[in-house]
Design a protein. Structure first.
Length: 279
């Protein structure tokens, strides 16, 4: 994972038919950007017999980047994916507080990048339960034909702009609620399929502690197998390490089936769980 504006090192070791490193005669690197355009950065050929091709790529846009290496003599091809994260970084909690929750020393940066991925993943899962938490600008389209439109990403902090059939709607001609209900004052929105575009700010100005705690706990439960052992919350009360002898000890390191979001997290989120919007 790389942040927009950051540098990620792309590399590929060229090997011959016998599987040994080999310096190629030619090498090409292509990076397909999220919008479908293709960049072809210059590549410096190795001359030390290592077969190692390296390029430091600067991510300028968020999204999925497809990286493709190709060489001749020997002929090889290799593809990979790099995900660039938006600079807004829509995470509920930060790396420092996650490391404190996991009892990882601040000076230990070994797993920082992997942890940042877990933070974004857990944040998305929590927001699916309680709505948008990390403040961000959302643009969505809705179909007109009625007086009310239900916005998809509440809670709403501000409606910045509304376009109906491509024309700006005066702010005095509609009302909105934090729960995501957008209402036209003067009758109905014009009929059409996805013909109303709304740009609004969603999120929470203050994140309740139960949501922070639930996010941290979700990260902890799903991170701990990375440290060795399953650490399942369904271990029958025998402790995270399954004991120290016999069959229980032999189970350490084996992943058992369970829920990604256990009840201990869901119960923390219940006070803020999204409810239905009533028209």
């Amino acid at each position: 994972m790389v942040d927009v504006g950051g540098t990620v090192r792309l590399q590929h070791t060229v090997r011959d038919a016998a599987g040994e490193p080999a310096d190629p005669a030619t090498a090409t690197l292509q990076v397909r950007l999220p919008d479908g355009t293709v960049a072809e950065p210059p590549v410096t050929l190795p001359t030390d017999g290592s077969g190692l091709l390296v390029h430091d790529f600067v991510a300028t846009v968020p999204g999925r980047h497809v990286v493709t290496w190709s060489t001749t003599v020997p002929a090889t091809a290799y593809a990979d994916v790099v995900n660039a994260v938006d600079s807004e970084w829509s995470a509920i909690v930060g790396l420092a507080e996650v490391k404190r929750h996991l009892n990882i020393p601040a000076t230990d940066t070994t797993d920082d990048e992997e942890l940042r991925g877990f933070i974004l993943s857990a944040s998305a899962v929590v927001e699916d339960v309680v709505g948008v938490v990390a403040r961000r600008t959302v643009t969505e389209t809705a179909s007109g034909g009625s007086r009310h439109i239900i916005l998809e990403r509440p809670p709403v902090l501000e409606v910045a702009e509304v376009l109906a059939d491509g024309q700006a709607v005066d702010a005095g001609d509609y009302t909105w609620s934090p729960s995501g209900l957008l209402a036209r004052r003067s009758g109905s929105w014009p009929s059409g399929l996805r013909n109303v575009e709304i740009m609004y700010v969603a999120g929470k100005t203050v994140v309740p502690h139960n949501i922070v705690d639930a996010t941290l706990e979700l990260i902890r439960i799903n991170w701990r197998p990375q440290a060795g052992g399953n650490y399942s919350s369904f271990d029958g009360g025998r402790g995270d390490d399954f004991g120290n002898a016999g069959l229980e000890a032999s189970l350490q390191g084996n992943l058992r089936l369970g829920f990604f979001v256990p009840n201990t997290v869901i119960q923390r989120l219940q006070p803020d769980q999204r409810g239905p919007v009533v028209l």
